[in-house]
Write a new protein. Sequence first.
Length: 372
Amino acid sequence: MVQIYKLQDWRQNLEKLRRKYNNILLIVSVSCNERFKVANELKLIFDSAKISIISVKYFKSNFKSSENLSKKYLNETYDLIIGFGGGSTLDFAKFFISLKLLRINSSQVKEQKIKELKINKKIDFIAIPTTAGSGSESTKFAVTYINGKKYSIENDILLPKKYILDPHLSFTCSKTQKISSALDALCQAIESSWSNNASKESISYSFQSIKFIWENIETAILKNDFKSHQKILLGSNLAGKAINISKTTGPHALSYYISKKFKVSHGLSVALTMPAFLDLHTQHIINNNPKSKKLTNSIKFLEKTMHTRKNNIAHTFKKKVKSLGISLNLLNFNIRKHNLFLISKSIDPVRLQNNPVELNSELIMKILTNSL
């Protein structure tokens, strides 16, 4: 069971643990360390502990660079690892734990065998997210790239023992970062709600997340309202808990190549195809009256939450994002018709299996074309 410190000061929460740990590894992004003086604060809190620090700068989640960054620290002994930063920093913290405890290699990652690995020894892992969007503090998986191809690393030991949600950390993010993070979380929650792997528990998380984010995203970003931002942070956390059970679906499967190849932020790259998927799924219900109860319930919930009709959900989603100053059109991100085939071939087949409407090459190309 993950212990949760909800919407409290990160320093005060760590103070409660000051005598529990003797050897601590802090994995922190350079920018966060500069903004929040994390290393200095930790030395004051854990004044009798040995603290090692990995500073993550411009982190690119490819296997080789992650391995090189980790080497110096792998043979040290730690009783606590703290990941402090955005989604990519928390991903690296999980990658480090995979290297240290599971001794993973690139072949195992390619063959997707990490999930099966078992160990007896564990190191306490606390995640402190500084963005309101990735939900990484609630998941047991991370992302890495090998030869430009995206792979997931999944194992139960990667789920943090504790996480601390301090809204003051993510409130300092730029407007651009807040938009991308919130859209990532919203799309995670929507995808989780209709995923073939969804359970009663994950659907509950996803519905709560959608409601929090949908009702607060404009005031949180356009008015910089702190109370609304707190709801976005809770929504992103719930989205992470939802996808930890259900995984994501089509929009995320298409997003990674778009993000990497065309330098589009992750949240926006997911949102770009979401309207086309919303159209596909609502039309599937309208035309075929499917037996998929999960998809039907998901669309009904979106209708109610968005205050619209099912055949207008995609338009309502685009309108909401437009109010934030973002037009969801691939062309606006220098993605042209001749690029669509390569995007379609990059798709993650595992996430495709989670999609409630079976996707073939023709449908994927149609989704991409409709996103232009």
